[in-house]
Write a protein that binds this ligand. Structure first.
Ligand SMILES: [Cu+2]
Length: 333
């Protein structure tokens, strides 16, 4: 136990050192890039995307993964969209919708975002956190301008996640950064897809919730009422959003578990900075049933599922979710 505490304190110290070093590196990059920005602005005009077209799409978006892929239309309308994401692959995935800053697209993801993350993860697996920080420091300054606009929570093989989110027009990258058994990112194997969201609205009305949930940095996951059995529509409201130790914000995932499951192993797995975190195989005894991915402060989105008898947990994909009240257990009888 004392050993665990020392190890935990050591990890905490390392993380705060990592965060400080990264902040300094990012500041340097921001300063360098702002000098170049004026020239870039002049080049930008010709690259803006055409958002005036519309597509025949009433607001229901079917997405499927068979392997490391997203099979989905490449153009969607803006406004409320219900994603029905069927996972026909053998690994756990999620959908996160990244709204890119103007002028950036999937080519920039491939050339500027994936390489630092690939290098950094390799170094984390070799227990070289200092070099990993240097690698993450190579991320372009515009990476900080990405807006995370929700998506589904983690979803197990042979399950369907249903989430309703509001999309503004723009260029998005749909991504999944779960890791394969060898520790490499799903994104590096093709799980990122460029999607254009047009200026035409779907006119879909958001669903009416049966369970209201709020999440905030201070209070964690808050559930207003008892959660009943049967088909439920969860509304997740983000009171705030903040960058956690893993450089990302908080989200909400619904997970069912059986008597073989260890909640500690789930908490550990929900942190991608752990060499085995967010990496296949997922911890045993848990079935991931979707949820709501990162949204900005004040944003809200919905997800639905059928609750059958058993034990469940709502948990955020952040480091140390247990210490942040970002897990909530409940039982359906
Ligand atoms: Cu994935």
């Amino acid at each position: 136990m004392a050993n665990n505490n020392t190890e935990f304190q050591y990890t905490k110290n390392r993380i705060s050192l990592v965060m400080r070093t990264l902040c300094i590196l990012l500041t340097l990059i921001v300063v360098l890039l702002s000098c170049k920005r004026q020239k870039k602005n002049m080049d930008r005009k010709e690259k803006s995307i055409d958002l005036s077209r519309s597509v025949t799409q009433p607001g229901v978006v079917h997405v499927k993964s068979i392997g490391m892929d997203f099979i989905v239309k490449d153009t969607l309308n803006s406004g409320w969209n219900t994603f029905k994401y069927t996972n026909e692959s053998t690994e756990v995935h999620f959908i996160l919708m990244d709204l890119y800053p103007e002028g950036k697209n999937a080519r920039n993801t491939k050339n500027e975002v994936l390489p630092p993350f690939e290098e950094g993860m390799k170094l984390i697996m070799n227990n070289d956190m200092e070099s990993a920080v240097t690698a993450f420091g190579k991320l372009p300054a515009w990476f900080q301008e990405i807006k995370y606009m929700g998506g589904t929570g983690l979803i197990s093989p042979n399950k369907t996640a249903i989430s309703t989110i509001y999309l503004e027009p723009g260029l998005y990258i749909m991504e999944c950064y779960v890791k394969m058994a060898d520790g490499t990112w799903h994104t590096s194997h093709g799980m990122y897809k460029e999607i254009i969201v047009t200026g035409t609205n779907t006119d879909l009305a958001p669903p009416i919730e049966t369970v209201a949930i709020e999440i905030s940095s201070k209070a964690g996951i808050l559930v207003a009422d008892n959660i009943p059995k049967g088909k439920q529509v969860f509304k997740i409201t983000f009171r705030d959003q903040s960058t956690h130790e893993h450089f990302l914000g908080h989200d909400v995932n619904l997970v069912k578990y059986d008597s073989t499951a260890s909640l500690d192993s789930l908490v550990h797995w929900m942190n991608w900075m752990n060499p085995r975190g967010l990496r296949t195989p997922a911890p045993k005894g848990f079935t991931f049933l979707g949820g709501m991915n990162n949204l900005p402060a004040g944003g809200y989105g919905f997800f639905e599922t059928e609750l059958t008898p058993g034990n469940y947990i709502l948990i955020s994909e952040v480091p140390h979710a247990n210490e942040k009240n970002m897990m909530y257990k409940f039982t359906i009888k």
